[in-house]
Ligand binder design. Sequence first.
Ligand code: 2BA
Length: 110
Amino acid sequence: MKLIIAVIQDEDSSRLLSRLMKQGFGVTKLATTGGFLKAGNTTLLLGVDEERIHEAVEIIESVCKSRKQVTAASTSIGGMNHGDYAAYPVEVTVGGATLFVLSVDQFLKI
Ligand code: 2BA
């Protein structure tokens, strides 16, 4: 068995959950926050038999779309140690999904 950790956008989460559940995948949904944007995103944990990894990844790929998002970056003004910062907008592309696939030593339900 493998564990897929999928960081996805909140907007895609309910559609992806429905698709995965309909196909018989076990899923746990966590509310998470991205370190860079400091905005909410969703992390799904999926315990998947090795032969179904490809199927799960295909479903995630078909639902999760990448989007442009504008965020504020900051730069110091007045040189080093001045202590004043100015914010300016930066456009970043977020998603579709960031996946980690891990081997599972044991899967127990007690
Ligand atoms: P965030 O950390 O909020 O990052 C959101 C998006 O901001 C990223 O999208 C990327 O396009 C951009 N970004 C991140 N760090 C950046 C930087 N230092 N400079 C410029 N742009 C930057 P994604 O790459 O699609 O990542 C979406 C979310 O997936 C991330 O949200 C984070 O929650 C998670 N993630 C991505 N890579 C990860 C990793 N190596 N480990 C753990 N979580 C990760």
